[in-house]
Every structure is written in C-alpha cells, then in structure tokens.
Design a binder for this molecule. Structure first.
Ligand code: CAA
Length: 253
C-alpha cells in the first residue's frame, strides 16, 4: 500500500458520533479513509446506536472514547492511535456544544464550559497531531466553525466568539504548516438538521429557516461533503480557507 492510497490514511473525527460528526465519518470512510470517531464515553446509548449505524462499513469506522477538553488525555489518545495505526493523517474537529443565553444572564460556567470544548478542544487535538503530520509531510486538518462565528447570534456570545476564534486559529496554523504538506481549513455550517439546532426554540428556528435562500435546513451530508473535499489528498493548495455551507443564509466576498 502506498502513501497515496486513500485507505492508508487514518482520520480522526472529534464529536464523531454527533449530529454532523457521524455523517463526516461515513463520507470519509466512503472516500476510503480509515476513520476513528472520538466522543465522550458517557454518551453510552449513542455509542451503541453509532456502532449499529456504521456496521455496514466493515470495520472502516471505529470508536474511541475521548474528552477533547482534556489536554493530557488527548496526548495519550493520539500517541496510542499512532502506535496502533502508524499515523494520524486527517483531523476533523467537529466536537461542539452550545450554552445559549443572553450575555446579561450568562454565567462564567456557561462561558468556560463552551470554550473548553469548542476552542480549547481544537488546540488540544491540533497540538498533538501536528508534529507527526509535519514530519511525515502530509496532513489535512478541518475545523468546524459556524455561520454564527461570522455574523454573531443573539444568545451566543460564547459560541460566536469560540467559532470566530476557530477560524483565526486555523489561519495562523495554516501559515505554520503550509510548507510541510499540512493544510488547515475551516468549514462554517449554517443551520443544519441536527439535535443542536432542534434545541433552538421553535419560533426562532422557523424564522431562521424562512431566511435561508435555499429554503431548508442543511443536511449533515451537505457539511460532510465539504469536509471530504478539503481533506482529499489532492487538495494541497487549499489552505487557510473558510468554506461556508449555509444555503445562502450569509453571503460574503
Ligand atoms: N432576537 C431578538 N430578540 C430576542 C431574541 C432574538 N433571537 N431572543 C430573545 N429576544 C428578546 C426577548 O424576547 C427579550 O425581549 P424583552 O426583554 O423585550 O422581553 C429579550 O430579547 C431578552 O431576552 P433574554 O435575555 O431573556 O434572552 P435569553 O437569555 O432567554 O436567551 C435565547 C434567548 C433562548 C438565547 C434566544 O435568543 C435564542 O434562542 N437565540 C437563538 C440561539 C441560536 O440560534 N442558537 C443556535 C444554536 S445551533 C448552532 O449554534 C449551530 C450553528 O452553528 C448554526
């Protein structure tokens, strides 16, 4: 097997059993990648149904418990996976949470919990995979940002700040790794058909959908397609890019 054989590439997907993460795992596996979904072990029921959902991939998608907010456990995890699989070639940071409330009511806990997952998690994972990718001369990192990082959203000062930060982080890292064959990009989903968006109050969600030019929520597959594109072996000239996938909800130049 050569290094350019897609099946020789191992991909980690944080939030891998989540609303977007599951479909990202599937599309990467369809592209021939060996995929490891990372997510909290505490989501026991979801872990069980995830195994059933990906059973048809003949072992190409595995699950490993992980807490992306914990720097040392991310290091141990990446070391273990590199020992078992030889390398981590693709990293997709899709782990994310919301703690929606207006700033005047937001507690430090709601701020810090969100930052630890949505922003520290990106640092913790990238920090541990980037050295190996640079040494081997190949890597694809995609960080999932959000349209709300681009526009801000009422009730999301924490989330919007973290998601804007994710893109700043990605541009900076893209510069650091560009000469090493490692690309770093963000995908900014709009409102998608996921449990996270289902939790938005009905009236607010209906108004948002009415404002989407394409006329519907995004599908996880719409986002996964962008991730598969940016992680392709021949996507080496695309770096520092933010790829919005929002049905036209926010257009910018
Ligand atoms: N726009 C304008 N005004 C709003 C508003 C909104 N979206 N939400 C609330 N208000 C008004 C309230 O009616 C209230 O008005 P009065 O003072 O006149 O009564 C005032 O603002 C104050 O509201 P609160 O301080 O009580 O707000 P809250 O703390 O209860 O929070 C909220 C409101 C539940 C967060 C609500 O604003 C909301 O759901 N916002 C949208 C959140 C959202 O879109 N989250 C996205 C989750 S999915 C995701 O994040 C994925 C992705 O990447 C796209």
């Amino acid at each position: 097997m050569t290094r350019t054989d897609p099946s020789s590439r191992t991909a980690l997907v944080t939030g891998g059993i989540g609303g977007l993460g599951t479909e990202i795992c599937r599309q990467l596996a369809r592209a021939g990648r060996k995929v490891i979904a990372l997510d909290l072990a505490s989501r026991e029921e979801r872990v069980a149904s995830f195994h059933a959902e990906v059973a048809g991939f003949g072992g190409a998608i595995a699950f490993e418990p992980a807490d992306v907010s914990d720097f040392d456990s991310c290091r141990q995890l990446v070391e273990r996976i590199e020992q078992q699989h030889g390398s981590v070639d693709i990293l997709v940071n899709a782990a994310g949470i919301t703690r929606d409330t207006s700033l005047r009511k937001m507690t430090p806990q709601q701020w810090h919990e969100l930052m630890r997952v949505n922003l520290d998690g990106v640092f913790n994972m990238c920090r541990h995979v980037v050295e190996g990718m640079a040494t081997r001369g190949f890597g694809r990192i995609v960080n999932i940002s959000s349209v709300n990082g681009q526009t801000g959203q009422f009730g999301q000062t924490n989330y919007s700040a973290a998601k804007a930060g994710v893109h700043g982080f990605s541009m900076a890292l893209a510069r650091e790794t560009a000469r090493k064959g490692v690309t770093v990009n963000t995908v900014s989903p709009g409102y998608c058909d996921t449990p996270m968006v289902a939790a938005v109050p009905d009236e607010i969600r209906a108004q948002i959908v009415a404002d989407i030019p394409v006329g519907r929520l995004g599908l996880p597959a719409d986002i996964a397609r962008a991730v598969a594109f940016l992680t392709a072996d021949d996507a080496g000239y695309l770096t520092g890019v933010n790829l919005p996938v929002n049905g036209g909800y926010f257009m910018s130049f």
